[in-house]
Design a protein around this ligand. Sequence first.
Ligand code: URP
Ligand code: ZN
Ligand code: ZN
Ligand code: ZN
Length: 477
Amino acid sequence: MTLLIRNGDIITSCERRTADILCENGQITAIGSNLQAPEGAEVIDASGKYVFPGFIDPHVHIYLPFMGTFSKDDWETGSKAALMGGTTTLIEMCCPSRSEDPLEAIRLWKSKAAGLASCDYTFHAGVTRFDETTTAALKTVVEEEQISSFKVFLAYKGAFGIEDTELYQILALAKDLGVVVTAHCENADLVSETQKRLVAEGKTGPEWHEPSRPITVEAEGCHHLMTFAEMTGAEVYVVHTSCQPAVEAITAARERGVKASIETVAPYLTLDSSYAEQPDFEGAKYVMSPPIRTKEQQDYLWQALADGVIDTVATDHAPFDYATQKHMGHPEAGKAVDASFDPTGQPANFTLIPNGIPSVEERVKLLYTHGVATGRIDLHTFVRVASTRAAEIFGLYPRKGEIAPGSDADLVIWDPGWSGIITAASHSMATDYSAFEGWPIQGRPETVTVRGKLMVKDGQWCGEKGWGGFLPRKPKA
Ligand code: URP
Ligand code: ZN
Ligand code: ZN
Ligand code: ZN
């Protein structure tokens, strides 16, 4: 497989040049002017187009047993959707229940991707309890399974959530092993007590999801994690940060020397709380945790991205069908299927709506349309937050997230002149709805390669199921 991309406007996180890119045996082998096409090479003219490094989504859920159901995509649909949207590497959260062993869980999650994934992938190892077996299991996860990041939940009490003693031990071990701990930061007790109070007051619709986990609850979760990171010296990465007080809790800790990265997600940058307030249960489509916030918070997040305060934009892709799964929280649905996710014990209400918004296919298009095309962020920031920074933080750089000789030939030829709309009628995700139905989009990934192989051409799928490979990662020295 030899590919020559001619005359593209190459954009990386810090450089811009017009040149040809030669890709051989899965890697970029040369960048320059008027490169000679080797015999048999496929030549693509990228004049007038951008060429970006393949985009990386560092927070997705593909196989997710959650709230009494399973998320809708599998690795075939999820990775195809990612590639159609320009994302060439996925990092999935492995989320075992508290009764599952983290090592067994990583092996199970890997088996779900093998043979089905079209894009490259790795995992964050979920740690949902800590007992006398955990240290050995996690050492094996790092050394043999070649995973160098963990995931903890300070939310979802009784399900994935961990106690403070467990958090301390996980962070201390992570510090010893040199791995990054990614964390969902919301104070679980504040959430469950507020949920109980609201439901008892008859406030049961999806519009009450946001008030049940307000920005204060998220900021407390971030402050809490930062205190533990400061005490243990562990490196942390806060997932799906939605608001100013949460970001400020983290930046304050950075000033105290805590090594902490900040992720936000595409839904927070584009949707606002009015979506979850729509009548007739439409709001359920927009229930995720932490919840989508006000326009003011959204503006703050865009500025923090432009200022380099926020490191990455992920999706937290967690796809559930509207007609069936989201309706588990509809007033007529009865009791919870999984009592561990039901703090209220009452008939169905907003606390039983599976949390999550499908968006792996739309992240890059949304970020370009609402960020680059509006002038909120420049092209280099776009590449940095949607690709390069995730590669750096999670030990994939410069194999991924870069356009340079020796890097994997994961490339996105982007047509900035294309315009269209998002619709569930033609998306590749397995869900029956799009949270962005009918939204106009400016620019699209016209051609997408993974290790030099064409997966999308002229905006059409031409990829191969199973082409994607597991990306081994080493801990930081
Ligand atoms: O609402 C969300 N975020 N669903 C997925 C699980 C998680 O918390 O990441
Ligand atoms: Zn989460
Ligand atoms: Zn606290
Ligand atoms: Zn998540």
